[in-house]
Design a protein around this ligand. Structure first.
Ligand code: SOE
Length: 387
């Protein structure tokens, strides 16, 4: 353990707030860090609830106004785990106050806002990271290594599907994730953002897209109380203002072609975040529902032995995996968040860039936005290249 500390201020304490809290409390136990993260303060609007959260999850103090967190001299990193409509304002203010900024996905709703966020962190010279936790699963990092070392040759096809079913019941009530002004979009930004990040990480930049979105369930029972992905109904009904699903075709700038599908209406699919990538010499496939395994087919294998092999990416040689349990003692959802906390801590401690950063966040928003424009124009649309 290092003697130098890094004080974290977390804004938001619901589903993502828990995932981030878990990461901050675990990372220093399993990874050697050059700064010790201290869970200094957590912020939420409900004083009673956030105070209970702070004591349960090990935060030293709590606040009810995010501006107070940013104004505190004892906070080094502002960790934004609130809905997307708040990201831009908080991140810009945090950067201007000289804090390093860690932000949930999607970074924000528009490229314009994303550029403001990027300009603010660059101008302040602070470290910045967007949370794309799936690229930090050991099996996904391994896929990247295999692609980079030429293990599947030239990439031709890339297929990304992100399917969930928690909204399939029309009786499921409204919550913030179904309101455009709070969430920005539905499955498109919530799930599609993850797929776009995986695509950019594994295959490369997306140059052009054409796509569509659809809302099947346009009205739902009004919100009573909601928490995480569950909710109880209140009185009356409310209009849903986001998409249930989004689908698009993509042309990567290096010549590969891709398909993307995101939905929260796929019965039986819980968190089915899957990709399959086919190259000139092999294929790779991964799905979060079996997150520890990577399927790999190589045309270099002896003809009689060719077939997909399943690599359980929990050996010490696999990225991040050696820091946890012995081989085969599986990792889960929370480990990706701990890997993000590790990356950010080490980047701050050693003054080196952190990946994925706000630029990755804005470029992802540029793809989401291009799909929206393509739908309006009913034609192939170029993705803005963000500097
Ligand atoms: C809900 O669809 C959700 O929690 C997303 O918001 C997360 O980003 C994803 O990782 C799991 O599903």
């Amino acid at each position: 353990m290092s003697q130098r500390v890094m004080n974290v201020g977390l804004i938001g304490y619901k589903f993502m707030g828990k995932a981030h809290s878990q990461a901050w409390s675990t990372v220093g136990k399993f990874f050697d860090l050059d700064l010790d993260p201290v869970m200094k303060v957590v912020c939420g609007r409900d004083a009673e609830a956030v105070s209970q959260f702070a004591s349960r999850w090990g935060w030293e103090s709590h606040e009810t106004d995010w501006r107070k967190v940013i104004g505190r001299g004892d906070v080094d990193v502002v960790d934004i785990s609130t809905p997307g409509n708040t990201h831009c304002e908080i991140a810009v203010a945090a950067a201007q106050a000289g804090k390093h900024v860690y932000c949930e996905k999607p970074l924000t709703f528009t490229v314009d806002e994303g550029k403001q966020m990027l300009a603010a962190v660059r101008q302040a010279g602070v470290k910045h990271m967007v949370n794309f936790n799936y690229r930090l699963c050991p099996a996904v990092s391994l896929a990247k290594q295999i692609i980079e070392s030429g293990g599947i040759g030239e990439v031709r096809h890339a297929r990304f599907t992100y399917l969930q079913d928690w909204l399939v019941d029309p009786a499921f009530p409204m919550n913030w994730r179904l309101r455009k002004e709070v969430a920005g979009s539905g499955a498109h930004g919530d799930l599609g953002a993850h797929s776009i990040d995986l695509a950019r990480f594994l295959v490369g930049e997306i140059g052009e897209v054409v796509g569509m979105k659809k809302t099947f369930i346009t009205e739902r029972p009004a919100e009573g109380v909601s928490s995480g992905l569950s909710a109880t109904a209140g009185e009356g009904t409310e209009k849903v203002t986001v998409d249930d699903c989004s689908l698009f075709l993509a042309k990567f700038t290096d010549g590969a072609v891709g398909t993307f599908e995101a939905t929260r209406l796929a019965p039986g699919r819980k968190n089915f975040n899957r990709f399959e990538i086919n190259g000139s010499k092999g294929s790779l496939a991964w799905c979060f529902e079996e997150l520890n395994s990577l399927e790999y087919f190589s045309t270099s294998d002896p003809a009689a032995q060719q077939g997909f092999r399943k690599i359980i990416a929990t050996e010490g040689v696999h990225p991040f995996a050696g820091n946890w349990w012995p081989p085969g003692h599986m990792l889960g959802y929370d480990h990706g968040f701990a890997h993000a906390a590790y990356n950010l801590t080490q980047s701050i401690a050693n003054n080196r860039p952190c990946v994925p950063d706000f630029h990755d966040g804005v470029q992802c928003v540029a793809v989401l936005e291009a799909v929206d424009r393509s739908e309006e124009a009913r034609q192939w649309t170029s993705v803005e290249v963000v500097d």
